[in-house]
Design a protein. Structure first.
Length: 374
């Protein structure tokens, strides 16, 4: 176990909403949502003032307005968020080049060896938080620990404007009391399943055998087993290889007629093939995402030998996946398709790891930073 590592997880607080409040003083202190206010709209981000009313990202705009009638909707400005994210990363690079972006508003930093020779990771986290506040007029939360799992948990622990350190000698006690919902990778469905198995926190999770967890949760069983013991050996990886490309459409109205859904699926598949060609991306797994009228959602995947990039290959597979979905009780409100699992992914990752090369990080789409070789 790499307890000598020093990992920081930085997570911007209500990032999109905070950028809007920073740039529009009249919105400060008010409940705002970034997204579309119309009937089929979805909240992309909510300010902390809005969160007090229960407004959350991925919630329908209609539900958000019911919870908070005075909610102000603001159109998103993705180019601005990308630009601000790049400024945040410039600050990170003053301390380390071992930066693993997770999204526009969060990243892992390995500061075991750092450019300023600062011995304590918590002091680096304090400096970064302070500089983000002073230079960009935004607020970040930071978590510090000896692995990614604990650093991520720590950054969530005292939000907003949080700073939490989990030392190796505190980790066991911290994990023991941690609610299972707070474990990385445990969403609402998994948490519900864990509850039925009598697992409510780190302590009860630790009592489960590896065999039992793998039987119940497949390959994730080993991850949960290790997390319960404070173990996570994944390094902070500065190069993130694109693993998938996808798109999704929220339908103008909920649909349950097969022909109408196939027409919508065609449009999604057309957009996906355009994106695949633009990025020259080929993968071997197609995933269909379906969100129903009650906001529950499912995914269905199929893998094939040939690379997927052409509409003639993708559309028949998409239709086959949709055939396996039961929407008789719940009409569909959203359809999404993505292509993933490129065969050359592992070869590229190995090539990058074995060559000491310079990397240039740049944004390739709304959410993903990828490395290009100089």
């Amino acid at each position: 176990m790499h307890t000598e590592r020093k990992i920081i997880h930085i997570d911007m607080d209500a990032f999109y909403a905070s950028v809007e409040q920073r740039d529009h003083p009249e919105l400060r202190g008010k409940p705002i949502a970034v997204g579309h206010a119309e009937k089929r709209g979805v909240v992309a981000a909510a300010s902390y003032e809005a969160r007090k009313f229960g407004v959350r990202s991925a919630m329908s705009s209609q539900k958000a307005k019911k919870l908070c009638p005075q909610l102000i909707f603001v159109e998103g400005r993705m180019e601005v968020y990308k630009s601000v994210s790049a400024q945040i990363h410039e600050i990170f690079h003053d301390y380390t080049d071992l930066i693993e972006p997770i999204s526009l508003d969060e990243a892992f930093l390995d500061v075991t060896e750092n450019k300023k020779g600062i011995p304590l990771a918590v002091d680096i986290a304090k400096e970064i938080k302070q500089r983000i506040r002073q230079e960009l007029h935004l607020v970040a939360s930071a978590g510090v620990s000896y692995n990614k799992f604990l650093a991520k948990i720590a950054s969530d622990y005292r939000k907003p404007d949080g700073l939490c350190t989990i030392h190796p000698d505190q980790a066991d006690e911290f994990i023991r009391r941690l609610p299972i919902e707070a474990f990385w990778g445990v969403g609402p469905i998994t948490a519900k399943k864990m509850h039925t198995l009598g697992i409510y926190n780190g302590e009860t999770l630790r009592k489960c055998s590896l065999e039992m967890l793998q039987r119940q949760f497949g390959k994730n069983g080993l991850i949960y087993f290790n997390f319960a013991r404070g173990m996570d050996d994944r390094p902070v990886e500065a190069v993130r290889i694109r693993k998938s490309i996808g798109c999704e459409h929220t339908l103008e109205k909920d649909l349950s007629a097969e022909m109408s859904l196939i027409i919508e699926l065609y449009h999604v598949a057309r957009e996906l093939t355009d994106r695949l060609k633009a990025k020259d991306f080929k993968g071997n797994t197609l995933t269909l995402k379906v969100k129903f009228d009650d906001f529950s959602q499912i995914t269905r995947s199929v893998s094939v030998e040939r690379p997927l990039q052409r509409l003639d290959d993708i559309l028949p597979l998409a239709k086959r996946l949709l055939k396996g979905v039961d929407y008789s009780q719940h009409p569909i409100r959203l359809l999404g398709l993505s292509v993933s699992n490129p065969k050359e992914e592992h070869e590229l990752a190995n090539a990058v790891r074995s060559n000491p090369i310079q990397l240039k990080l740049e944004f390739k789409d709304d959410y993903t930073l990828v490395g290009t070789l100089n």
